[in-house]
Ligand binder design. Structure first.
Ligand SMILES: [Zn+2]
Ligand SMILES: [Zn+2]
Ligand SMILES: [Zn+2]
Length: 429
């Protein structure tokens, strides 16, 4: 598909038509509609905005001067029963700014296993994903299938519509029903471009969103209770919107690649809501029989909701690509007191084991590090900025900041901007 830059007049006429059909929509949504309707066009949101403004077709108030919120917001899941994982910790609400966290309920000793947990959704590292895509790792739990004579194939795979999914055993196959039907190339061919796009761009958060939406939509088909439980988990995950995440960088002249967000949105909608061909539509309709509640459809499939989902997955993914309900409650410190390991590598690779790195007293908070704690202050800040956080104010950062010569502070910021410019795009996000 070659990129076409439409003429000013062509674009203007198209936007006027779109706006007259969708009078209540603001600029970003109109832009999303425009791009969705003309997938071959290359049009920046800036250009759309300028034309709509020139034509007097905006109904949004002027950009507000309020500071972007630099801390992700999260919610407590009230009904969450964490005793299925552990009795050693409890969820604590630290208030609006910091959100939720986990604190010790009993004294925990260094080296102690605090809990084990399987992922809520899993978008494994690409090396493992590639094994899954070539039938060499379990499509459910991601464990490599070497020496697994009991491995079972995806039952929907036929020669005309092949699915490479293999599972450790019947149990993994049965459990895969929470996401696989919607991501199976044999059952929902419309999802193939989405997953391929995530793979081509190495965009793990996008793959996670695909997995998460598949889970929610299938739970919705199953029962109201199943859906509500999952929906609560997702809505409670900390979220930092994509625009918010990049707001402070944009202010420094680093613009995110919004065109690629739009492209991702387009293949996402095609995968789960509006397949491009009649046969793909029929296949999807066989899986999704019950029409989606309006508020859910809105949150999952409007462009803003999609960006929130990306921001959510971005923030909550563990290094190896799983999103875990209890683990997602952990806050960051550059001096972490727990570590997260994948100890069951031969039976359940995606399962995490959370271990105390030092003694933890009752009431003390548990911290992981979102970055490699062996790095220096400057490197840590660069990486934390990529997570969408402001400068870390943990005990260790404050200590190290004091020792910093004054002029190095400024160098920090310049280095941060150039480094981010160099490594921008979607990689690692
Ligand atoms: Zn498995
Ligand atoms: Zn399959
Ligand atoms: Zn810190």
């Amino acid at each position: 598909m070659s990129a076409v830059v439409p003429s000013e007049d062509e674009l203007k006429q198209t936007l006027i038509a779109l706006k007259s059909e969708n009078t209540s929509l603001g600029i970003p949504k109109l832009h999303a509609l425009l791009v969705a309707g003309h997938p071959d066009w290359t049009v920046s949101e800036k250009r759309t905005r300028k034309i709509l403004q020139n034509e007097g077709l905006t109904n949004a108030p002027p950009p507000s001067s309020k500071q972007p919120r630099l801390y992700p917001s999260s919610q407590i899941i009230k009904e969450l029963d964490i005793s299925k994982w552990t009795d050693k910790v409890e969820v604590k609400d630290f208030g609006k700014r910091k959100g939720k966290g986990l604190v010790a309920k009993v004294p925990i000793a260094e080296g102690e296993v605090i809990w084990k947990e399987d992922p809520f959704v899993l978008a494994p590292e690409w090396g493992i994903y590639d094994l899954q895509a070539t039938s060499r790792a379990c499509a459910y739990c991601s464990t490599p299938l070497t020496d697994k004579p009991m491995a079972v194939e995806c039952p929907s795979s036929i020669s005309a519509a092949y699915c490479p999914a293999r599972f450790c055993n019947r149990l993994c196959l049965t459990r895969s029903a929470i996401t696989h039907p919607l991501l199976c190339p044999a059952r929902n061919s419309a999802a193939v471009p989405l997953v391929n796009f995530a793979r081509q761009t190495s965009w793990q958060a996008l793959h996670s969103v695909a997995q998460c939406t598949a889970r929610l939509l299938l739970a919705y088909q199953q029962s109201e209770e199943a859906f509500e439980a999952d929906w609560k988990v997702v809505k409670a995950l900390a979220v930092l919107g994509m625009e918010e995440r990049f707001a402070d960088l944009a202010a420094k002249g680093v613009e995110p690649d919004r065109a690629i967000w739009k492209k991702a949105y387009q293949v996402y909608v095609q995968a789960f809501q509006d397949p491009p061909t009649e046969s793909a539509k029929k296949k999807l309709a066989k899986i999704l029989k019950k029409p989606l509640r309006e508020d859910v459809a809105k949150e999952l499939f409007e462009y803003d909701g999609f960006l929130r989902s990306l921001g959510r997955m971005n923030l909550n993914q563990e290094t190896h690509g799983g999103t875990y309900v209890l683990h997602s409650h952990l806050n960051h410190s550059c001096r972490p007191n727990i570590s997260v390991r994948h100890l069951d590598q031969r039976t359940a690779l995606s399962r995490i084991t959370v271990i105390a790195k030092s003694d933890i007293d009752v009431g003390q908070e548990l911290f992981v590090s979102y970055v490699d704690p062996d790095m220096g202050l400057k490197e840590r800040r660069i990486q934390l900025a990529q997570w969408g956080f402001g400068a870390c104010r943990c005990e260790r950062c404050l200590d190290e900041e004091k020792d910093l010569p004054k002029d190095e502070d400024k160098g920090d910021l310049d280095g941060l901007v150039s480094e981010l410019k160099a490594g921008f795009g979607v990689g690692g996000s």
